[in-house]
Structure formats: C-alpha cells, structure tokens
Design a protein around this ligand. Structure first.
Ligand code: 6R9
Length: 646
C-alpha cells in the first residue's frame, strides 16, 4: 500500500480559493444547511427568474424525486456566452488544436456567441423546437461545442454520441430518444486517420426511421453522399440565417442533455441531466477543484462524446468564462510528445486527462516529455478510472516536475461532475486516492447488506443524499432509473463502485463491483459485448469479463461457445473481433477470445462469472469453491486453455 503523502504547499495554500480551513467550514455547512449553502452558491449563475425553492429531493421509493431550484429559470448558453461578452468578448473561449500540428483555431467569446446563435437559427429553420432531441455525432472540432450550445440556447435536448461508436450503436441511440436531427461532419481526423462519420450516419439511418434531417459540417472535404431533402451542409445553411438568436428561458429542471452510458444489464441507458443544478455543479467544481483563475489556459483532453467533455470542456469552463482548449488528435501522434507540445503551444496552466493516456506515455520514456518546456503547467488532473500509484508518481514528478498538484477526480456520467476529489489548496495528496468528498457529497461505505461501515473499511460506495448535479432520470424509463440506482440500498444512491476509506478519512476507489468494465477509461457493459457476440451466426453463447491490462486498465476477455460443428480457429477469432467492432465500435474490441466447449454454470444455469474473472486474471489458484457447478470438469478445460497476461 502506498503511504506517501504530499502536503499542500505554502504557495497553494495562499493562492487557492479554498484552503483547509475553508474546506472544513464549507463542507460542514453544505451538509448542515444545504438550503443556505446552495442558495448562495447558485448566485454564480445568471438566473432569469430567481428561484425561491432550493432542494426538493428524496431517494425513498414512496416520495422519490430529485428537484433543485425548481421554480427558477435560466438559459445555459446565455450563462456560458452572453454574460461574458461585455467584459471579455475578445478573450479566447476555445483554443483548438487540430490533429495535424499545423492546424489550430482561436475563437473568442464574441465569435463563439455569434456562431452559436447562427447554429441555433439553423436548427430552428430545420424545425427543431424546445424539448426536441438532437443527436450530435461529431469529431473534436469547435462546431461540436457550438452545436451543443446551440441546442441549449433554444431548449433542444442534445444527445452526443461518441464518434468512435459504430453505425449500429448510433442507430440505437437515435431511435431510443427519437432524435429529429443528427449533426455530423463529413469525416473525423484522429492520428492521421480519417473516420467516415457521414457514411456511418448513412448506414445508421438505414436501421432506423426516426431522423428526418442530417446537418453536415465540412471538416476534411472528403467524399460524402448527400441525400436530397434529408442532408444539408452546415456552411450553406448558416448563410441564410441571422447571427442573433434569443436565448430561451428554461426552467431549472428542464432537460439539457441525454448521454448514453453502459450499465451492468441491458442496453446503454440515456442519462438525463437538467439545466440549473447541472450547470451549477459543472461550474462550481471546475472553479474550485482546478482553482481556475481568470486568464488561465485550461485543457481537458477528453472527448466531448463522454461526460468529461460535456462538463469540463464545454459547460463548466465556459460558464466560468475560461479559455478551454479543444484537442482533435491523440496523445501519440505525430509522436509521443504531442500533449506537451500543445501545452507549450497554448501555454496551458491546467491539464486534465485519463490514467490510460498517462500509462501509455509513461511507457515511451521521459524524453518525450522533457522535449517540451511545460513551464506553464501548474495543476494536473486525472479522471476515468483508478490511477495506479506508479502512474501517479510519474505524472507528478516527470510531467509536473513536482510542482503541480494532481486532482484525482472520482465521478460518473450520472453525477454530472466531480464528487470525490482533492482541492489543491486544502487537501494533502496521496497517490491513488481520490481523497475527499466535494461540498454537499455524503459518501458512505456499505457492506453487501447495506449496513453503513464506519472508520477505516472497504465496501461498496453509496451517496446518502442528493447533490445538484445528479442525473434526474433515465430517458424514457424512470422506473429503470429508480431500480438501477436506488433499490440496491434503499434510500441511497448506489454508485456501482467499490471503495476503501483509510484511517484519515480518504477514499480510494477500487473499481466497479458490477458487470461494468472500464477499458481505457471508457465504460463498457459486459452484457453489451456478450449480446454483440451471440448475434454472430456461429456463436452459441458468450461470457465477457474484465482482465488486467497494463495500458488500458482493463481489457476485454471473452469466452465463446460455438454452435455445433463450428471450428474455433484464429480466422474465426479475427472475424469475431471485427464483428464486435462493427456492432459496437473499436472501444469494444476484445483483447482475448477463448473458445470454450462449455461455460461454468451453477445447477440452475447461471454462469459463474467469478470463476471466469479469476481465469482471465490468471489467478487460477484462487478459483474458490467450484463444487456447486453443474459440471466442475468444465473448469479444467478453461484453465488449461487460458490466455496468459497480455
Ligand atoms: C467521469 C467518468 C464512471 C466510472 C466510475 C468509476 C470510474 C471515474 C475515477 C474512477 C477511480 C477516478 N472512475 N473516475 N475510478 N478514480 N478518479 O469517467 O464517467 O464514464 O460514467 O465512468 O469510472 O468506476 O464509476 P463514466
């Protein structure tokens, strides 16, 4: 166990918004007087109609409901753009770094405001009204952020689908929320490779009837087929609309966006976030956790297709009038120095990325980092999965030269923003620990029966009460929302994560305790990969588990039983890998496929995943009791034919 502690430096104690004393005081107040605390914090937003109600929430089945600032109204785009124009219209809102290092763009708040208004008018001209759903399937270009803000400006609900998802996955998401419009680009560009986004949309729309209009942003100029009447070029539509568009007054509890995320069962869920509480959470956490000061350059290297991109590339930073960097490329192209070159290019002060990227770069050696000055850096962040202490130490000493505190932020699509995280001026750092709860967050560690454990313990992580940034429902399935998050431990929000709390009260997230695996910081339901596999004509049955992976954190290990008379060889393995990539997308690529004549099952027919996990981990001496299996002999075959660590 890593016991290193890095105390808060004198410099950080001085400069930070929140020092240790303020954290203790504000955290205590946020729990003892949530109404007063959040009434005051909410003043950082511009309200059209001020709220009188603050917190109206219950996690209990009888009166279940989550509402914050419910009688207030505001507009998110106005909060992110209009209110900054007077004082900082000429300040860059977005600094964009292209995949090709020769390409970059600077977009000021004034320019972003004008373009968002145009985009909003384009959507209106295509019939989009308040409450309508708009799917955004875009590469990392400024128009993606513009499209999101344009929706927010007119009260449409955006659903961003990560551009790495397959046409099948896109179609499922378009259909589930019944989008009337898809916004896409001709092609995306990552690591020098083109991604045929428009062609993927064409294929997706072959599978569903929901969407009537496709708006295409030109990125590469690559070839696309435009369907007359359905498909339109954005650059043409924008010529015919005015550059001003009023921001619609939205209720604090009106929907802002849907974002699909994987769970332990069934199809991905449409996580719904609303307007007031979400924006407050994104803005306040961005301000306090990153200690963002006016004029600083802030870079979150996530993709807008994930919640991290929503909250910490777009909404949080822009609500705070920050300069946010948007990066189209990948950390390894044109070479392993790219991140640090962009840091120098823009003078980045705050840099936020995922452990998987840190591990991938760490492996390539320190020279790539040292090639760049990085002297502008003053704070680093980590998100998406547990960060192993070795990667933490490398990030801290090599990238940040021991002067930049690391904010290891634990949170989820469902939580809207940071939940457990250090604060740079207040909380000592322990490599691998997300440390302390943010204001208003009440973490508890429970045992499987739901008993609350005190002191230094390990168990399942729940949150005892609501916070403003919490998701409000699963799109179209409120019952599933309640069942998924509030029924396991009645009266509490269940995170799906395990955690340990140490004697100092610091939290260490140990990873998912459900059938969700975390591949390179991306959530993947094992059930999703299994259903893709069994959809293949030669597959009878499949069971998917996570396995340890040096770079990705977890890899995907699939046990596949074939139909009678099918031969499990390398050619079929390759075919199944291609098949899963086609069904879901490259992030679901199986790392190992083991053909198995049978899977270990209980006498009632349940697959014993515990055993499959142990075999995938190569921990075959820890299989435990296998005597309850219908046919214990199955295990010997699996063990003998297992794949060793990759
Ligand atoms: C923001 C985001 C959520 C899951 C979450 C947990 C894991 C995220 C983490 C972390 C340990 C951290 N996770 N941040 N685990 N330390 N700092 O990643 O959202 O894609 O919904 O994933 O990611 O397992 O439950 P999302």
């Amino acid at each position: 166990m890593n016991q290193t502690v890095y105390p808060v430096s004198a410099e950080w104690r001085q400069r930070a918004y929140v020092d240790a004393e303020a954290y203790a005081r504000l955290y205590a107040q946020s729990l003892s007087d949530p109404e007063g605390f959040w009434r005051e914090q909410a003043q950082r937003l511009d309200w059209i109609r001020p709220f009188t109600q603050v917190k109206d929430t219950s996690f209990d089945e009888a009166d279940f409901g989550i509402r914050w600032f419910a009688d207030g109204s505001l507009n998110i785009a106005a909060n992110c753009l209009d209110r900054h124009l007077e004082t900082q219209g000429d300040v860059p809102a977005i600094l964009w770094a292209g995949d090709d290092p020769a390409e970059s763009r600077t977009i000021t708040y004034r320019e972003l405001h004008a373009e968002v208004c145009r985009f909003a008018n384009v959507l209106k001209a295509k019939g989009v009204r308040r409450g309508d759903r708009v799917t955004i399937y875009m590469p990392m270009i400024p128009e993606a952020a513009m499209a999101m803000l344009a929706c927010a400006r007119i009260g449409a609900i955006h659903s961003v689908v990560f551009a790495g998802f397959s046409p099948e996955s896109l179609a499922g998401r378009v259909t589930d929320c019944d989008s009337s419009v898809i916004i896409t680009a001709d092609e995306g560009l990552r690591g020098g490779r083109k991604i045929p986004l428009k062609a993927n949309v064409d294929e997706a729309l072959g599978h569903c009837t929901a969407c009537a209009t496709v708006i295409v942003v030109r990125r590469t100029g690559g070839p696309v087929t435009m369907v007359p009447g359905r498909d339109h070029w954005y650059h043409e539509l924008r010529e015919s609309v005015p550059a001003d568009c009023p921001a619609v007054e939205m209720g604090a509890e009106d929907p802002l966006f849907i974002l699909y995320t994987s769970g332990s069962t069934g199809k991905p869920k449409g996580v719904l976030h609303t307007t007031g509480g979400y924006l407050l959470w994104a803005a306040l956490t961005h301000h306090v956790v990153f200690d963002y000061k006016p004029g600083e350059i802030y870079w979150c290297a996530a993709d807008i297709g994930w919640v991290t991109g929503h909250s910490y590339i777009v909404y949080g930073p822009l609500a705070n009038g920050a300069t946010t960097v948007m990066f189209e490329g990948v950390p390894t192209y044109p070479d392993f120095s790219r991140f640090w070159q962009v840091v120098d290019q823009f003078g980045v002060n705050i840099f936020y990325t995922a452990p998987t990227a840190i591990r991938a770069l760490m492996r390539e050696g320190d020279e790539w980092v040292r090639k760049a000055s990085r002297s502008s850096l003053r704070l680093l962040g980590s998100v998406g999965e547990p960060i192993n202490p070795e990667a933490w130490e490398w990030y801290y000493s090599v990238v940040g030269e021991r002067r930049c505190p690391i904010m290891d932020t634990w949170w989820q699509t469902e939580t809207g923003g940071h939940m457990i995280t250090p604060l740079p001026g207040a909380i000592p750092l322990k490599p691998g620990s997300a440390s302390r709860p943010f204001f208003g967050v009440q973490p508890q560690v429970v045992d499987p029966e739901g008993r609350v454990l005190e002191g230094a313990v390990e168990g399942n992580l729940v949150i005892a009460d609501s916070w403003p940034g919490q998701m409000r429902t699963v799109w179209g399935d409120h019952e599933r929302f309640f069942q998924t998050y509030f029924s396991t431990y009645p009266g509490k929000y269940f995170t799906g994560d395990g955690c340990r709390r140490d004697a100092d009260g610091d939290y260490w997230i140990t990873g998912r305790v459900d059938d969700v695996i975390n591949v390179s910081g991306h959530r993947m339901g094992t059930a999703e990969v299994e259903s893709a596999l069994v959809a293949h004509a030669k597959v009878a049955e499949a069971a998917v588990v996570g396995m340890p992976h040096d770079i990705k954190g977890q890899g995907i290990y699939a046990y596949v039983t074939l139909n009678a008379n099918e031969e499990g060889d390398d050619a079929l393995r390759a075919e199944l890998v291609r098949w899963v990539r086609h069904e879901i997308g490259p992030i679901a690529t199986p790392d190992v496929i083991q053909f198995a004549p049978a899977l270990p099952k209980t006498r009632s027919g349940k697959i014993m995943r515990r055993i499959l996990r142990k075999i995938a981990e190569d921990a075959v001496d820890q299989l435990g009791d296998i005597s309850t299996l219908a046919d214990p002999g199955v295990v010997d075959h699996l063990v003998a034919n297992r794949h060793r660590a990759i």
